[in-house]
Every structure is written in structure tokens, then in C-alpha cells.
Design a protein around this ligand. Structure first.
Ligand SMILES: [Fe+2]
Length: 258
């Protein structure tokens, strides 16, 4: 089966990633820290990924409502399926994560080889925002790249867009997010279900715009490490997706009047 996916992606990539498109994507990723790569896999693969994500959410979703100190107390209001559960129970997702053709496409675009994440609890994340006010507040990633699959998202009228400030750096002891927001332009990207984007997560400050009413926004995150990431360790215990009692997390009531 994994051979099939690998070959399907290889054939598909040959049909869309021509020299000009590659030039364009590389340029924009370097400039914006973000690129839409919706065509990186064909529709039939998106369908099976979607089915697996929905099944994992059905069985393993855990709610998080907290503020994270290492990102200046920005909120995480959503349900998640943790990385280890996805690694253990996932089939298509884990196969695609290890697909040489997918990694090679990302490498050609990013100009750097993406490696499987060295932290077992950060390889994958499924999030579902579902209530008015749900958001993934301003943050950076511990690792260089994330490939994000938009499984479901409401009309942008109701929030759920991605906002980015590229070329910024995460100091976990003094993140100064508001200063970055005042000093830079914020780019906002809206999506439709089925979109996929690649994000330079370590140097792109980003968040999702809070939902303005009860709607469903579901994503699958595949995290990849760069060579540089593999050469350094992690600092701080702020792994909120893993442990809602993480040192850097402040719990907030689930009844936010939303
Ligand atoms: Fe993120």
C-alpha cells in the first residue's frame, strides 16, 4: 500500500510541479513563510486522509482550553488527537508521513530536506475547533516545517483563517508577540476544505482567527524537522497538546460564555 501512495504522489508531482511553479513556490515560501500546496497530493489521497482524521477524532479527541506562557499567554481552545495516538492508530497518515515522494517534493520546494520529527509527541496533530471563540493563538513551532491538511473549515465569514508574520524568532522566555505584530505586516490566508499548505513554522509567527460562531474547523498537522533542528535540543515544558497540565499552561474555564 505504501508503495502505491509513493508512486501515486510521484506521478502526480510530475504533472503539476514544473520548473516555473517550483521557482514560484520556493520564492514565496522564502518570502512569506507560507505557501498553498493544495495539489501536492491528488484528490483520492485527500479523501482517505479525511476519512482517517474523522475516525481518529471520533474515538480519541481530547478538549484543550488553556493559555500558553511561552507564547505570551495566547490561547489554545480546541479539541486535539495527540501525536502518539495518530502514530499508533493511523494508517494512511503514517504511511504518507514516511513517503519518500512527499518528502522529496517538500525538499525541492523548501530547498532543505524534511526529516521525520525527532519528538514522538510532535510528529502529528489533529485539531478540531468547534465552538465560537475557538482558536489556536499566536505561536511558533519547535520544528522547521509543517504540512497542514485542511480537512474542514467554515466560510471565512466565521473565522478560521491563518494569519502569519514571517521572519520572526521565538524566544520562549520573552516572546514579545505584540511587539512583532506592531512592527510587521500580518498576512491573512483563507481556505476551503481540501486545501494543503506548507508553513515555515520555526520562523513564522502564526495563529488562526477565532471562530465567530459554533462551526467546524479540522486540520491535520504533519511536522518535519530540518537538519538544524536535529542538531539542537528542546527547551521548556510547554507541550500543551500532549499534557493539558504542562508547566507553561494556564487552564481556563470551558464556559467562556461563547
Ligand atoms: Fe502552528
Amino acid at each position: 500500500m505504501s508503495q502505491d501512495y509513493d508512486q501515486i504522489i510521484r506521478d502526480h508531482t510530475a504533472s503539476w510541479l514544473d520548473t516555473q511553479t517550483l521557482f514560484d513556490l520556493r520564492n514565496r515560501l522564502g518570502r512569506d513563510g507560507f505557501i498553498l500546496v493544495t495539489e501536492i497530493v491528488p484528490a483520492e489521497i485527500k479523501q482517505v486522509v479525511k476519512a482517517e482524521v474523522l475516525e481518529l477524532l471520533d474515538k480519541h479527541a481530547e478538549r484543550r482550553d488553556l493559555l500558553l506562557k511561552t507564547t505570551g499567554d495566547t490561547p489554545r481552545f480546541m479539541s486535539v488527537v495527540r501525536s502518539e495516538i495518530i502514530a499508533e492508530r493511523g494508517d494512511v497518515i503514517t504511511t504518507l508521513y514516511g513517503c519518500p515522494s512527499l518528502a522529496s517534493t517538500i525538499e525541492r520546494i523548501a530547498g532543505e530536506a524534511p526529516h521525520p520529527c525527532p519528538a514522538d509527541d510532535e510528529e502529528f496533530l489533529i485539531t478540531r475547533q468547534e465552538r465560537a471563540g475557538d482558536t489556536h493563538g499566536w505561536h511558533w513551532g519547535d520544528f522547521s516545517f509543517a504540512l497542514i491538511w485542511i480537512i474542514d473549515t467554515p466560510d471565512i465569514e466565521y473565522g478560521g483563517m491563518l494569519q502569519c508574520v514571517p521572519h520572526t524568532k521565538w524566544d520562549k522566555s520573552d516572546p514579545q508577540i505584540n511587539r512583532y505584530l506592531c512592527a510587521n505586516l500580518i498576512a491573512t490566508y483563507g481556505f476551503v476544505p481540501g486545501d494543503i499548505y506548507l508553513l515555515r513554522t520555526d520562523t513564522t509567527l502564526h495563529r488562526t482567527v477565532p471562530l465567530t460562531r459554533d462551526e467546524t474547523r479540522i486540520i491535520l498537522n504533519m511536522t518535519f524537522a530540518s537538519d538544524k533542528d536535529l542538531q539542537r535540543g528542546l527547551t521548556g515544558q510547554d507541550r500543551w497538546w500532549e499534557d493539558s497540565q504542562a508547566d507553561a499552561a494556564i487552564q481556563v474555564g470551558t464556559d467562556r460564555g461563547a
